[in-house]
Design a protein around this ligand. Sequence first.
Ligand SMILES: [Zn+2]
Length: 158
Amino acid sequence: MPTYEPQSHIDDTWQETVNEAGARAVESMREELDALHHARECDTEQCQEGADSEDPDRWHDEDKARGRIEDTPLSVEVRSGWYFPGADRNAPPEEFRILLSTGGPASQIVGTLSEYGDVETARFQYQDWGTPWTYVEGSMVDENLQTFAGQFYYGEGG
Ligand SMILES: [Zn+2]
């Protein structure tokens, strides 16, 4: 599995902050996905799954679970790659960005799309006043981030 080069200009304390923010974000996305999955699958009466979470209803209400996921990003954007000047521009998007929060700190998920618009890679980035967008350390592919990002629409693709 490919990994990004370490960003050597980033100091260790900031990188730790980024990693921790990423872990919190992934944990909260995983809960949203778990609730959605459970809401789809469960037909147990009086089921207590999710009863002590902050929004218990969503664990047995698929629309509510989906609505919370859809309401999470501030924006969902795509972009495509380099192309020759004057070339017929009809390329599918190659990358996406899901902006989660802005200001200090700000956070987003960025990643790549297949030619069919499916999420191939997804990674968390974090930024604060005076710092650049910084990736969490580790693999380019986080399964939870990938699944979460896969809930959004990026166009028809090829
Ligand atoms: Zn249940």
